[in-house]
Design a protein. Structure first.
Length: 90
């Protein structure tokens, strides 16, 4: 799925304000496909994981797909990044 520059900006803005699971899943897609400039599985997994916590079944699927491409250190980094993001939201 390709996103326009406007859609990409909207997703980034939504994540800063009041993100939905769909917003977080879209951000994961941006990072997992390189539409943010580079493929970043750690960031993608982080956003898919957070979207999954918000009930996104789509994100659960993509999180699994991305995790299959990662090593243990990358997975640990992604989980830490997700926890850090959650800690800033409360």
């Amino acid at each position: 799925m390709a996103f326009t520059d406007v859609e990409t900006a909207q997703v980034h803005d939504a994540v800063k304000i009041d993100p939905t699971g769909e917003d977080l899943c879209k951000l994961g897609l941006l990072y997992s496909t390189g539409q943010c400039g580079v493929i970043d599985y750690i960031e993608a997994h982080k956003w898919f994981n957070l979207a999954s916590l918000m009930g996104s079944d789509t994100a659960k699927y993509y999180r699994s797909e991305v995790a299959a491409e990662m090593d243990g250190d990358q997975l640990a980094a992604a989980l830490t990044a997700a926890r850090e993001w959650l800690s800033t939201r409360h």
